[in-house]
Design a protein around this ligand. Structure first.
Ligand SMILES: Cc1cc2nc3c(=O)[nH]c(=O)nc-3n(C[C@H](O)[C@H](O)[C@H](O)COP(=O)(O)OP(=O)(O)OC[C@H]3O[C@@H](n4cnc5c(N)ncnc54)[C@H](O)[C@@H]3O)c2cc1C
Length: 446
């Protein structure tokens, strides 16, 4: 079979929806480092971390390594949130793009913000090397695909700015050459950045939990934080959880798109938006070699973005916003069906491939789509990764461990204004509809 003919042969189960698992492929193919549902709650710790995603687990690991007593409090289980549900793409660059960052913040600050993402990928790589983690980490690069001809012009300008200002080794792939990067003729060119990486985020989250526990942190699953009582004007809090109360010298909130009532100030600054993923059955080698020959982490330039990659066991993972919605089993299935059609449009080669997994999760969008981290009313927090948290949440965990220890300057995002979302009190529906209509229009007009 020539590479351009590679397709999946029809299989009897290809269209059988009953075989689809409605949960994350990553969690299904990773083993937890332990069962933390019964871990006794300590009476008092130096640092209590809320949320056992990458932010919380990384904060716990680094704070415990620095000698602090640490407890991680999690409503569900380790890696249950976005950290166990994402595309597994540790990509370079800001959610808003480099040129927008320059316009908004000026060159010097934009350069600083951009470099944090490179440093965040380096941190994952260091961790993987230092502990010999089996997490399928590979720096195969990322690519941004131009949905429209005008978008390629934009990518070219971005590439020029990245070369000139940060020496980023990006390169442009013209439309004529696009088959060297992707087995699809839908896109008008691409920008490739070899510094992007991919990994198995199920294995990574569980490994991070194991590292935190090895350093002496305790993890408490099924321990929802339901209230906080600040002691005077200090950072000390009594924390009420569904498993009892404990006192912490500092509290770090890493609840991302799942931020709820006990953290009202943060909640009013995060709109949770559903992002959805479908994963095919394992594909023949010649098919994956055609779809993404260089195994890049790919995303396109639409507002209703598509992103895709090959998993470590040769499946096509295809994700996107699909539509502006939250995530629950019925939304995930509806959005999954939309994505399946989109995937077939981009890659007709996999029309016959069985879909093995379909799921969704929440990303944490703010007004400015920038990371927001710092301290408010004595509570530390790091949130708002805007769909770019695989690298940044893990990185911010290390930063927050330093911040809690008094090194506030380590937090480069500390001076960003963090306005509340007007009219938003934690009920995202209205905002989702308005936002969805706006972005759909932008995609049509751009
Ligand atoms: C479908 C999808 C695809 C994505 N793809 C990518 C990608 O390819 N690349 C990328 O960079 N980013 C991606 N992201 C974003 C990335 O996954 C997140 O930014 C990152 O995982 C956030 O990590 P976190 O630890 O801050 O939060 P989460 O992993 O969401 O963890 C928050 C945790 O807090 C817990 N919690 C909430 N409230 C409480 C409470 N009161 N008490 C105790 N626990 C509580 C929740 O149960 C949850 O487990 C994607 C996100 C989604 C949903």
């Amino acid at each position: 079979m020539s590479t351009h003919d590679a397709t999946i042969p029809s299989s009897p189960t290809s269209k059988d929806p009953g075989t689809v698992k409605m949960h994350s492929y990553w969690l299904d193919t990773a083993t937890p480092s332990g069962d933390y549902t019964q871990t006794p709650l300590p009476k008092e710790v130096d640092v209590a971390v809320v949320g056992a995603g990458f932010t919380g687990l990384s904060t716990a690991y680094h704070a415990a390594k620095a000698g602090k007593s640490v407890a991680v409090l999690e409503t569900n289980t380790v890696n249950w949130g976005a950290s166990g549900r994402n595309g597994g793409m540790a990509t370079t660059g800001l959610a808003i793009g480099f040129r927008t960052a320059i316009k908004r913040y000026g060159e010097q600050r934009a350069i600083g913000y951009f470099r944090e993402y490179n440093a965040a990928i380096d941190l994952i790589e260091d961790l993987v090397r230092e502990h010999d983690l089996d997490v399928d980490y590979a720096r195969t690069g990322k690519m941004n695909l131009a949905w429209k001809p005008s978008h390629l012009e934009g990518l070219k300008q971005t590439a020029e700015a990245l070369h000139r200002l940060v020496d980023q080794p990006v390169r442009i792939v013209e439309r004529d050459d696009i088959r060297s990067e992707i087995g699809s003729d839908v896109y008008h060119g691409a920008m490739v950045d070899p510094l992007g990486a991919g990994m198995h985020v199920g294995k990574f989250g569980h490994a991070l939990a194991g590292l935190a526990v090895d350093e002496g942190a305790t993890i408490h699953e099924h321990a929802e934080v339901v209230g906080l009582e600040r002691k005077g004007s200090t950072t000390v809090h009594d924390i009420q959880t569904s498993r009892g109360t404990l006192r912490a010298g500092s509290v770090v909130v890493g609840t991302s798109g799942y931020t709820g009532k006990p953290f009202g100030w943060q909640q009013r600054r995060i709109i949770p938006v559903g992002s959805f993923i479908v994963v095919t059955e394992p594909l023949p080698q010649e098919v994956v070699d055609e779809l993404l020959p260089n195994r890049r982490m790919a995303s396109d330039t639409k507002n209703f973005i598509y992103y895709f990659r090959i998993t470590p066991d040769n499946r096509l993972l295809f994700g996107g916003r699909a539509r502006f919605a939250l995530s629950d089993p019925s939304q995930d299935r509806e959005s999954g069906e939309i994505l399946k059609k989109a995937m077939h449009r981009i890659f007709p080669q996999v029309r016959q491939a069985r879909i093995d997994y379909m799921w969704g999760g929440l990303v944490d969008i703010s007004m400015d789509q920038m990371v927001h981290a710092g301290e408010r009313n004595g509570v530390f927090y790091s949130t708002n990764y805007s769909g770019h948290g695989v690298q940044m949440a893990n990185y911010m965990g290390k930063v927050m461990a330093d911040v809690v220890a008094g090194e506030t300057h380590r937090n480069i995002w500390r001076d960003l204004k963090h306005p509340w979302i007007p009219g938003y009190f934690g009920k995202p529906w209205l905002h989702l509809r308005a936002g969805g209509a706006y972005y759909a229009l932008q995609d049509r007009l751009s």
